[in-house]
Design a binder for this molecule. Structure first.
Ligand code: ADP
Length: 225
């Protein structure tokens, strides 16, 4: 059986984090835990959390650390995650969240934190062109649309531009990334938990790079491929 994995994936908006996390989740057969997807589902269902989250998300601001960590603690306590691990996408996003995550996981630790690196200029182009399925969250772009008339290939939902992929919200999200999330990279680096991977080139090329750093790390830790 493929061993499980306990990974965090970091990267600016548009670095390809969501795409790579789905692929890693299939490769290692572990749940993809995406705070963005969980929050969008809550908004859609109109839960109390969703009602609190909607306007904050649309404007590109962050939700409070406490709200996010409560949601994540609950998810990480579920059976599938306890059995196989997780690919964590969208959390932590502040140093405070990283500390809270370490407390939730203790006495266990993360296997590795992967930072997908990409330049801001490239990210702006990708985000402006990004389109997503309003129902299942599958990713498309203006240059790679669904097969039939903006109808999702996976679930038949409507493929749209995310409210927070519009210019003002993108600018705010990138600004918050620099202030709040970039310090995390250093935080994990000093703890020896970080691997940097170039986010340029095709999605397949990026996936290969990520799997290689994970396997190299495993080999170092366990002597096993
Ligand atoms: P992106 O990484 O492209 O900004 P996500 O889909 O991960 O998009 O998140 C969408 C929005 O959900 C964020 O802009 C923010 O409002 C909220 N959110 C998601 N994860 C977190 C988090 N860990 N802490 C605070 N807010 C979050």
């Amino acid at each position: 059986m493929v061993p499980g994995a306990r990974l965090v994936v970091l990267g600016k908006q548009g670095a390809g984090k969501g795409t790579q996390c789905v692929r890693l989740s299939h490769h290692y057969v572990v749940p993809h835990v995406s705070t963005g997807d969980m929050l969008r589902a809550a908004v859609k269902q109109g839960t109390p959390l969703g009602m609190k989250a909607r306007d904050i998300m649309d404007s590109g601001e962050l939700l409070s650390d406490d709200l996010i960590m409560e949601m994540i603690a609950e998810r990480l306590g579920e059976r599938d995650v306890r059995d196989r691990g997780f690919i964590l996408d969208g959390c932590p996003r502040t140093v405070h969240q990283a500390e809270a995550l370490a407390d939730i996981l203790a006495p266990l630790d993360l296997d590795l934190v992967i930072d997908i690196e990409i330049q801001t200029g490239q990210v702006l182009r990708r985000l402006a062109a990004r389109r997503v399925c309003a129902d299942c969250g599958a990713n498309y772009s203006v240059s790679s649309p669904p097969l039939i008339n903006w109808t999702c290939d996976v679930c038949g939902g409507e493929v749209v531009q995310r409210e927070d992929d519009k210019v003002e919200a993108i600018e705010r999200r990138l600004q918050l990334y620099e202030v709040q999330t970039a310090p995390l990279i250093e935080w994990y680096e000093v703890r020896g938990q970080l691997a940097r991977v170039a986010g340029t080139g095709s999605p397949d090329a990026v996936t290969r790079r990520i799997i290689k750093v994970i396997e190299d790390r495993r080999y170092k830790q366990t002597g096993m491929r």
